[in-house]
Design a protein around this ligand. Sequence first.
Ligand code: SAH
Ligand code: SF4
Length: 385
Amino acid sequence: MTAITNLLDLDPDALVNWCQSRGEKTFRARQLQRWIHQFGESDFEAMTDLAKSLRDKLRDLATVTAPDVISDHTSADGTRKWLFDVGSGNAVETVFIPEDNRGTLCVSTQAGCAVNCRFCSTGKQGFSRNLTVAEIIGQLWAAEFMLRRSKGVAAGPKGERQITNVVLMGMGEPLLNYEPSVAALKLMLDDNAYGLSRRRVTLSTSGVIPMIDKLSQDCAVALAVSLHASNDRLRDDLVPLNKKYPLADLMAACTRYLDFAPRDFITFEYCMLEGVNDSDQHARELLALVASVSCKFNLIPFNPFPQSGLKRSSNARIRAFAQILMDGGIVTTIRKTRGDDIDAACGQLAGEVQDRTRVRERMQTMSVYQEKYGKDFGRIVEISG
Ligand code: SAH
Ligand code: SF4
């Protein structure tokens, strides 16, 4: 029996190869890719300008299948969150954040995460598995065309693009699922797919140094590095990967990356944890640490979850911390917390129940899921409120 290929698994070069090995010319691959990624089309019969013979081959040999949507919630502030089924009881989340002049999609790259940062609920769930290319790009594909349908915007290159920016900042560590993440990035950038500029696509990493170097050669998109600490002792505790890739080496890797980056700075993310990493002294230590790296800081108010034992720094403390960085000459932003009412904020991308008033809604989602996978489901999506 011939294997069926999910065309969402193929990056631009792989799709050309796939078509060529079936006797089709390169321009047919480009045409097909536009149908899939610009028109959101999954029915080969609807791809009317493809030869009938090619449509027949596609019908027999291929599909265009994104992960199923388990739930779809829109927050009061317009943030929309989907839970996607990635099989075997695993689910990942994708979040759309609309702003005045752009729409950002936050995409997951793994079910769970092996890095196990102390303040991250994804890390606390453990690692389940890497997502495939189809599961990563499928989040963008599904989200873009669902958003267009909700707003009545036409599919195709003439319809207004809903997603203008993508961040690989959802569940998982993209640089520990390197090849599929890069294949998905290549589709995001390709003119016959999403055509986003490298400046509008950001990969966030906890600091997998060899892969930062590799990314600079393979697909140098904008880079965000999750720093969270100003010295190795503290970072070893918060981001265990630091024991393998300590701060001095990480700073050197950031500097090397800048030679290839689409922007002239690295974004350092810093989760503000009360009494842990948020003192004036920590801010001053940070200024010394990053002195040789062109960077901006994005301070993220910690989103608490029940088992963490950690607290969010007060707004006054976050502002004082930001001021020290800014007085030291570093552009610093404080991340707005979005989608709080649907648990779509950073580090909540696992479905914990924080607010007991929403337990019922959660339970409904869970019961759909448990019907499908049995009562033991709940490795990634768990009720813990
Ligand atoms: N694994 C990658 C990308 C996913 S995490 C990374 O660590 O960079 C995306 C961002 O969310 C990271 O900066 C992470 O530190 C932050 N984050 C995780 N848990 C959080 C929480 N509970 N509150 C606030 N930010 C959190
Ligand atoms: Fe993994 Fe990033 Fe969470 Fe750390 S913060 S556990 S690297 S997803």
